[in-house]
Design a protein around this ligand. Structure first.
Ligand code: SF4
Length: 76
């Protein structure tokens, strides 16, 4: 399964529940960044991060997050 396919599966699972705690768990949100192939992946450098509000703007999450957190839906 490609990264795009697995991301879509994750988003579809999140959309299937109205429970924000379950959505957070499905997204794999963790309270630290991740090192991957020499890249630090964190909310801080994700396209969904609104820095001034410290907010995740991904519609399926739409919650406050810290810059140094990470989830499986991280994108640049
Ligand atoms: S999608 Fe994930 S990594 Fe990106 S800002 Fe939201 S919680 Fe952080």
């Amino acid at each position: 399964m490609s990264v795009i396919d697995s991301t879509q599966v994750t988003v579809d699972r999140m959309r299937a529940t109205g429970d924000i705690k379950e959505r957070v768990a499905i997204a794999g949100l963790i309270r630290n960044s991740v090192e991957d192939d020499g890249i630090t992946k964190a909310c801080d450098n994700c396209i969904y991060f609104l820095a001034r509000r410290e907010w995740c703007d991904l519609p399926e999450l739409n919650i406050p997050v810290d810059p140094d957190w990470y989830c499986d839906l991280w994108r640049v």
